[in-house]
Design a protein around this ligand. Structure first.
Ligand code: NAP
Length: 541
């Protein structure tokens, strides 16, 4: 090994939850670490998605990092679901408290990351042409961060602001009294539309595929509730660690729709619905994601709620998801989404069957039937999930192999962390990791990565070589499980969970659906057995 040293032991891209976790765990291991981010603030998702109404869908008290018991006790969440401002304030609190700022370089767009065959290091180049080297390279870029820009003619002709929802103007946007058009009707619009409708002149939503939307039921975290949370935080942390979706729920519940009396099923659904949160699916019955008949029962229940909430039967009908099971698309939580359609200033346009969009014009949106005039157009058209951020820059592994080329047909990995042919590179929540409460998964991933790096350092290894055989095994295992779930039907409805929302790519298996808890166990087993998925080597010399 050369006597020269790289600039840092670890470089990570992305200063969101994942980047902060990397700083904590790597620094704790006694190594040097730098995190780059192209944004002007930390926060990742929570700095980019500043749209009105943006909030977590996990409850705030477990949508957080758990490494500091002190921070868990000191930080006060005001509401059950924290808005973007509060989440961002929390992240600043963590960064301040843990003195993380010296490890963070903002306004730095990394354009390439190249594995260096001779030294075994990674060399990153930023937008200014500056180079940065490290022994280990970590992607902390987030699994829903790279936007999908719709292929609609004319978006640059529009005379007013027209932007992707995740590129909300950082300085804010005055939409009071303005006419707003929103293209897309996913989780983002479900949150954004009711908030904007309160002060906008009008809001028109252009919908292709309706979603199953469940109530969030926002409420303040009272002193009593806070005392209960903080009195036994470890139980909440343990619940997340042991839950299929990394959330603090009591499931499985030991009850299936298929063997419960139909009247009792309805009673249980009615009882849970007003409580809000994903508890509605995780604490009612255990067979919703695997049994098509049971899924249809709960899907029909949710459709009946749309009918109850939306006054205009025609609008209610348009909002009802049909022809696919609940969870084939990721269901959003709502804060008055359906009720907002009862306002005079909110309109729904069906662009699937009735009037597809033809183009964006200078003054608004032209469909096959109408011209709609707007002052602002928001493209809430989703993300290139899991792989998009990694494919947006040039990441080259052994023999100059580009990651995006390797992933042309199959976005394979080992447990969403390693990729064969990319030595000393780690991903946090990469493709084929589970989809779960993100801070839980992020921390489990970062602890795993840190354990691997610690082993290399203590045993003086230079290279960590992910094995192709282990990748093939994980790809096959993930595909097998995926095929057994109802989520596999997501390709029928453009689900981002399998990349079916991308026009230039075929749907693919992007998520390990074997249970986040099972996955976290697998990570621990890998640590305990010395990381059999990778080969460790020392460079000669
Ligand atoms: P999304 O769920 O993928 O929704 C994108 C929407 O845009 C869909 O309605 C889609 O229609 C439509 N669309 C895409 N391309 C279009 C085109 N060319 N023409 C017309 N319509 C088009 O994206 P999202 O709402 O941003 O949410 C993505 C994910 O981010 C969520 O599922 C969630 O995991 C995460 N998120 C989380 C939160 C939270 O936790 N609080 C909030 C927001 C987002 P089709 O369905 O027909 O393709």
């Amino acid at each position: 090994m050369s006597a020269k040293q790289p600039d840092y032991d670890v470089i990570a891209i992305g200063a969101g939850f994942a980047g902060l976790a990397v700083i904590h765990y790597i620094r704790e291991a006694g190594l040097s670490v730098k995190v780059f981010d192209r944004a002007s603030d930390i926060g990742g998702t929570w700095t980019w998605n500043r749209y009105p109404g943006a909030a977590t869908d996990s409850e705030s008290f477990y949508y957080c990092l758990t490494f500091s018991k002190e921070i868990l006790q000191e930080w006060q969440w005001s509401q059950r679901y924290a808005g973007w401002e509060e989440t961002l304030r929390y992240m600043h609190f963590v960064a301040d408290k843990c003195d993380m700022w010296p490890h963070i370089q903002l306004d730095t767009d990394i354009v390439s990351a190249d594995y260096q065959e001779d030294s075994g290091w990674w060399q990153l180049i930023d937008g200014s042409g500056a180079t940065h080297t490290s022994k280990y390279f970590v992607s902390a870029m987030g699994m829903i961060s790279q936007p999908v820009m719709p292929n609609i003619t004319g978006s640059n002709q529009f005379s007013g602001p027209c932007f992707h929802s995740s590129r909300w103007p950082q300085e804010g946007l005055d939409y009071a009294g303005k006419r707003v058009g929103i293209i897309g009707c996913g989780a983002t619009t479900v949150q954004m539309m009711p908030a904007m409708a309160e002060t906008a002149a009008n809001v028109t939503v252009f919908q292709r595929t309706p979603n199953f939307v469940m109530p969030a039921v926002q409420k303040p975290i009272t002193d009593e509730w806070e005392a209960k949370i903080k009195g036994d935080y470890q139980t909440i942390i343990d619940k997340c660690r042991n839950h299929v979706f990394g959330m603090s729920f009591d499931s499985p519940v030991g009850r299936n729709i298929s063997d419960t009396d139909p009247e009792e099923v309805q009673r249980i659904l009615e009882e849970h619905y007003p409580r809000g949160s994903f508890s509605f699916v995780f604490e009612t019955f255990d067979d919703l994601l695997g049994d098509a008949n049971s899924n249809e029962v709960i899907s029909e229940f949710l459709r009946s709620k749309i009918q109850e909430k939306v006054n205009d039967p025609e609008v209610a009908e348009l909002l009802m998801p049909k022809g696919y099971p609940l969870f084939a698309k990721r269901p959003p939580l709502d804060h008055g989404f359906y009720e907002a359609f009862n306002r005079d200033n909110v309109h729904l346009v069906d662009i699937k069957d009735r009037e597809p969009i033809k183009e964006i014009t200078e003054t608004g949106i032209r469909t096959t039937e109408n011209d709609y005039e707007f002052d602002i157009i928001v493209l809430a058209t989703g993300f290139q999930a899991y792989t998009g951020a990694l494919e947006a820059l040039d990441i080259r592994g052994k023999n100059g192999l580009l990651l995006r080329d390797k992933w042309h047909a199959v976005s394979g990995s080992i447990m969403g962390v390693f990729v064969a042919e990319f030595p000393n590179m780690f991903m946090i929540t990469g493709p084929q990791a589970p989809f779960a409460n993100l801070p839980t998964s992020i921390e489990q991933n970062v602890m795993y990565i840190t354990d691997c790096i610690k082993k290399m350092e203590s045993e003086a290894y230079d290279l960590c070589l992910p094995q192709q055989s282990a990748e093939d095994e994980w790809v096959a295992h993930t595909a097998e499980i995926h095929a057994q779930t109802l989520m596999a039907q997501g390709d029928k409805v453009n689900s981002w969970m399998m990349g079916a929302n991308l026009e230039n790519k075929k749907p693919r298996v992007l998520i390990y659906f074997g249970g986040a808890n099972v996955y976290y166990d697998k990570l621990r087993e890998s640590v305990d057995t010395g990381f059999p998925e990778v080969q460790f080597e020392k460079l000669a010399g």
